[in-house]
Design a protein around this ligand. Sequence first.
Ligand SMILES: *Cc1c(COP(=O)(O)O)cnc(C)c1O
Length: 398
Amino acid sequence: MSCDTDFLPFARPDIGEAEVEAVVEALRSGWLTTGALTHRFESEFAAEVGCQHAIAVNSCTAALHLSLEALGIQRGDQVITTPYTFAATAEVIRYFDADPILVDVDPISCNIDPGRIAEAITPRTKAIIPVHIAGQACELKPIHEIADRHGLPVIEDAAHAFPATYGGQKIGSLSTTTCFSFYATKTMTTGEGGMICTNDAKIADRCRIMALHGISKDAWKRYTAAGSWKYEITEPGYKYNLTDMASAMGRVQLSRASAMRERRAEIAACYQAAFANEDWCSLPTALPDRMHAWHLYMLRLNPDRLSIDRDEFISRLRDRGIGVSVHFIPLHIHPYYAQRYGYKPESYPQAYQQYAREISLPIYSSMTPQEVSRVTNVVLDIGRQFHQQRNLTVAAAA
Ligand SMILES: *Cc1c(COP(=O)(O)O)cnc(C)c1O
């Protein structure tokens, strides 16, 4: 039993005996790297999201990089994305010496604001990378309309969004490519891993070849009975393939993904109910017409109703043994992007303001009901302790 002094981590992978056995079986099979299990994982994943091709890779970062590579991104091109994301989304654009063009977010969802995309498009724009923050789909309909009008491909950063839907359709089948992450903290994990989903056979072929040294098709088969020692290097590719040990874990996690999402949705509902009547915080809004993956539970503080700021709130949570995180420190305030592009915090005011008040609470399927109540109790304790009425502040200031 956890007592108040144990540290409750922000994230904890949900790995059961089935995953352990599957990995051990892979180890015993004598085939460790990309092989039959990875190909089975790919076809099961493709069937699950309803796409024609799924290419397993060793990270979502690799999936994003290969997607841009397959689109032929070049030096000086521009790719539109959002400041409210992780390092990976923009660094892959810089790999080509192309420029990320940041578009501010909608303050409710923290997803890219579709109303601001058109004004960011120039003759150099080559793609749009929307990010489904927390696992809640972006407004894909208007995004696709703008993209189609300008002939631009859309690459979804769906690192948070498995399983998720938009307009009744599964994320993974809707854009030029969709990139998923199986990092240890994500909604399903292979330790490290990722998947590229696409309905475009040419893009799929290119990604497959470039994920394994740019070697002509089926390079992985060269050590099997069906394979041949002969191969041709057609491009200087990368080393992004996923191992069979990882895929063995991934297949089990995939089969449990829906149940794990249910559990996260239950935890989110507990938090929503517990914090509903507190005016010092704002709850995440579940938007209509889409299924939320609930990778993150993004609580936002109302700073004018609290006598402590977000950072102080977090250190008090940590003192009480609750691990939390912040999603995200927007790209434009990180030194690399601020210096290279001359951004100021106010360059993207919505991203900056939401970041400044955000706290991500623990939400993972292996959390016990006791752990969930412990989080709600500690958050409520701190919020109520430092709660201040707006009129009291005014009175004190007068
Ligand atoms: C985790 C994450 C990634 C990168 O995933 P990896 O599998 O670790 O490469 C990309 N984008 C977002 C928004 C993420 O949260």
